[in-house]
Design a protein around this ligand. Structure first.
Ligand SMILES: Nc1ncnc2c1ncn2[C@@H]1O[C@H](COP(=O)(O)OP(=O)(O)O)[C@@H](O)[C@H]1O
Ligand SMILES: [Mg+2]
Length: 265
């Protein structure tokens, strides 16, 4: 299987500090990765590298076979091959646009709709993705009026619109209530288990948000990788405790995970 993402000795340095510190990591086609780590660990920075919007200070990053900054690599050709859903994106999208328009504009790589004539086939695709995310009833609602959960589901549908080979999700369940989270986990699980769905990388703080079908986990702390590999072996109490800096117990029940601290003694 070919590499979807390959980082070799990658550091991202800002103001003399390594936000990502000498990271080597590879994601193969079809894998579904979860990135876990505390606030400020460098998770979003890793996703920004994977989305080609950020270049390494040192080391090499190769995405879908194209090396960032390499001869012959055109990031403008690469970017439509990567779907990204994160809060930074939500802020850039016009609030007055409808949900359907918000998803449709992704097909044209822009954040506004004016002067565009969309093909019927694009609209059909947009409707289908929104339907998969449970957003059919909201097609004509303005993006700015959506709840947190509805907005996140719209962004995921939008990220799917270019038929990406790599799908990046930055804390898709953050801010959702329990029902919203469970609904999203179920939908992401369906996507993760779909053999025709893109390779996926999802950032989260909570093991409860890991949908069944995710295959690998990377743990990062202070820009350094603590563990990276298959979920069954790497998502251990030991690794999670090291990652978050306190004693934690991970439990695996059915096809879901939970984590909690040790009782006071
Ligand atoms: N452009 C930047 N310049 C300087 N520091 C930054 C920049 N972007 C992020 N950081 C810092 O880098 C660290 C990692 O950020 P980030 O990747 O967003 O963490 P996470 O997503 O894991 O919470 C944080 O301490 C953050 O404040
Ligand atoms: Mg982040």
């Amino acid at each position: 299987m070919s590499d979807v993402l390959e980082l070799v000795d990658v550091s991202v340095v800002r103001d003399g500090r390594a936000l990502v510190d000498d990271v080597s990591w590879s994601v193969k086609e079809g894998e579904r990765w979860v990135i876990l780590g505390p606030n400020g660990a460098g998770k979003t920075t890793l996703l920004n590298l994977a989305s080609s919007y950020l270049f390494p200070s040192t080391g090499t990053a190769t995405i879908l076979g194209e090396q960032l900054g390499g001869v012959g690599t055109d990031v403008f050709e690469l970017r439509p091959r990567i779907g990204m859903a994160g809060v930074a994106m939500a802020d850039k999208l016009p609030k007055r646009q409808t949900v359907l328009q918000t998803v449709l504009t992704a097909a044209y790589g822009m954040t506004a709709t004016w002067h565009e004539n969309y093909e019927a086939v694009d609209e059909e695709r947009a409707r289908a993705f929104l339907d998969r995310l449970g957003m059919t009833e909201y097609l004509d609602r303005r993006f700015g009026t959506l709840s947190e959960g509805e907005r996140k589901r719209t962004l995921i549908a939008r990220a799917m619109m270019t038929d990406p080979e790599l799908l990046l999700l930055d804390e898709p369940a953050a801010g959702l209530d329990l029902g919203g989270r469970e609904d999203l986990v179920r939908r992401l699980g369906r996507l993760a288990r779909d053999p025709f769905a893109p390779s996926m990388i999802m950032v989260t703080h909570h093991v409860e948000e890991i949908a069944p079908g995710f295959t690998h986990v990377l743990m990062i702390r202070q820009g350094k990788i603590l563990a990276a590999g298959p979920m069954e072996t790497e998502l251990s109490s030991r690794n999670l405790s090291l990652c978050f800096g306190l004693p934690l117990i991970v439990e695996h029940t059915g096809d879901r995970y939970t984590a909690h601290g040790l009782p006071l003694s």
